[in-house]
Design a protein around this ligand. Structure first.
Ligand code: TMP
Length: 208
């Protein structure tokens, strides 16, 4: 049987990393194999593309080049890592997937529908079985990131407030469009309350 494909989405600073560790621990406690991966990244080639994308020095990068690089990293990640593992029955959890491109490049960069088209080419339309969207107002998220000790802000995080506001509105539009797949979770609450809702979604998916 094919494994489950799970994604976690959210604005920068929404607490994804903490919740992903809790998901891993929970599924392991239920004797489920779970592989963690991330986008952009997850393979050697995709991690090289990540470096290009996040380097604050790459100020000349055009928004279309940015969109295509995210899609290229995703195509490689999907074919080399995600699909082979799913077909071998392993569950895969990715920190971000296509929804990020729709929110950041489609809405944030205002590229619109072309982002979904390009991503259809990159993924063949494959999407997660369930997506947890950690909903946190962008101001709060960026403030959390800035407060992190030793955190160097990347090229996207350094974008202005209006950009992050558009990204957030993109996520809300995706929630309306894919209400069946995306669980919208209020991430302004404490870690355990946020996780309780995620756990309910996992229990439904896995039939625990
Ligand atoms: P991370 O900080 O969650 O690892 O994500 C890296 C940055 O890349 C984050 O600011 C969101 C951005 N991003 C996009 O703009 N488009 C995408 O398709 C993905 C996967 C990430």
């Amino acid at each position: 049987m094919r494994g489950f494909f799970i994604s976690v989405e959210g604005s920068d600073g929404s607490g994804k990393s903490t919740q992903i560790k809790k998901i891993e621990a929970y599924l392991k406690s239920k004797n489920q194999e779970i592989l963690l991966t991330r986008e952009p990244g997850g393979t050697v080639i995709s991690e090289k593309i990540r470096e290009l994308l996040l380097d604050p020095g790459n100020k000349e990068m055009t928004v279309r080049a940015e969109m295509l690089l995210y899609a290229a990293a995703r195509a490689q990640h999907l074919e080399e890592f995600i699909l082979p593992n799913l077909y071998q029955g392993r569950n895969v959890l990715t920190d971000r997937f296509t929804d990020s491109s729709i929110a950041y490049q489609g809405f944030g960069r205002e590229l619109g529908d072309v982002v979904a088209e390009v991503n259809h080419i990159a993924t063949g339309g494959i999407c997660p079985d369930i997506t947890f969207f950690l909903d946190l107002a962008p101001d709060a998220g960026i403030a959390r990131k800035k407060a992190e000790i030793d955190h160097a802000m990347d090229r996207l995080e350094l974008e202005k407030k209006e950009f992050h506001q558009r990204v957030y509105s993109g996520y809300l539009a995706l929630c309306d469009l894919h209400g069946q797949r995306i669980c919208r979770i209020d991430a302004s609450r404490d870690i355990d309350s946020v996780f309780a809702e995620i756990q309910a979604g996992l229990d439904r998916l896995f039939g625990f």
